[in-house]
Design a protein around this ligand. Sequence first.
Ligand code: NAD
Length: 474
Amino acid sequence: MQFDDVYVMTIGGKPVAVGATFDVVNPATEAVIAQAPDADRGQLDAAVDAARAAFPQWAATPIDERRAALNRLGDAILENIDGFKRLLTAEQGKPHGDAEMEIGGAGMWLKGAATLELPVTINEDSAERYSETRHVPIGVVGAIAPWNFPMILAMFKVGPALLAGNTMVLKPSPFTPLTTLKFGELAAEILPPGVLNVITGGDALGPWMTEHPGIDKVSFTGSTATGRRVMQSASATLKRVTLELGGNDPAIVMPDVDIEKVAEELFWAAFRNNGQICIATKRMYVHEDIYEPLTAAIVAYAKTVKVGDGAEQGTRIGPINNKPQYDRVLDLIRDARKNGYRFLLGGEPSDVPGYFVPITILDNPPEASRIVQEEQFGPVLPLLKFGDLDEVIARSNATEYGLGGSVWSKDEDRAVAIAARIASGTVWINETQHLTPMAAFGGMKQSGLGVEGGVEGLLEYTNAQTIVRRRLAS
Ligand code: NAD
């Protein structure tokens, strides 16, 4: 695999270069590092046509052959981890170590998803009748991915969709198109032509996909605001949708934790990937008995963490990925300052090039403040004090979001009981963000619709088909 600076789309198994391109910027330097193809409607049609043409044969391919192909694709990603990692850091901003984890995770995700089984339910097996329900592929999946984890979040879709027998048109975010374009080239060496098509473009391309009559299902990961638009647009042709959307995850930290041990883990729960994780801890509720020492320990640890260009050795946190998100995070900081909230750390953006925001920690801002109520998706964490358990659970749940959450306590049974009262798709105990291809992951409330991962996620790429056979008298 060549990691040169030529970026092409993959349509029908062939590289497709187009005249129109758009700039891709390295967020650590603000330099333009590449040109990505800017697809027009004709190229989208070509990608959809290629996926439709490939569908019957791929759907009829025995599932074990599809498994084997996904395994080979996963291995191919792992064999090219170094090239992918450097490219991911350049376009996304995350440090090389994190980029390597994402690419490794992407390869492993495909291999893990490839082991899933499609269930068959026998509804009746009597003298009169045999009835079974099985799960058949839907057709062409339009997959739309965000910029925070461009590779692994694309694989959340590629693995189960292709295993179930669908074909795909995959579109990355215009802020991070490069790794996905190279992945498309890699896939063309392994999959039959048209099974996986990768296209890139500007803001118009996503809406063209969600309204396209040749796409049967949209699998979308992105913000809740865009998710609403996707659902509305998909309704015209009654496309199936899976929506993985935003979150405002609470962490509830009970007074019995080992402060020194959890301070570092809690820090990374909020600041990993520069806070740009749908399931980052975005509100940290700390019991009043340990609020002062735990706060001090988190701030002390935060001061040891190097923020900088992800390509430099020692960097643990890179820049914000893109200018609109950088401006949004700075706006939240400005709002906190204007309202007189207390900063324990950070808050002063530097004027070096790059979309760098310092690690910023706020001391118990009001519950109604924007930084508590909104999804910050950046390195700004409100630490919040609580005394009463019922009250903190009510505060945790008082949001339109319901994606993740965590409970931290030495008393695991009590933590499980608390977790069960949090209205979100996943609740972790004494950790966060652990995901696997074998477990369902998705949002409650306005954090999404449907799930990815596990058999439940695999079934989202299928239609249930019940075949009822009346037994003829012998
Ligand atoms: P976004 O909604 O701006 O964009 C996501 C993707 O949708 C991009 O590819 C974009 O080009 C495309 N898009 C934009 N407008 C569209 C439209 N009208 N129709 C169809 N497609 C359109 O999100 P983002 O800023 O890239 O990502 C950050 C958000 O994603 C955060 O809210 C985060 O919480 C969420 N997210 C959720 C998960 C999850 O699994 N639940 C995972 C990662 C990120």
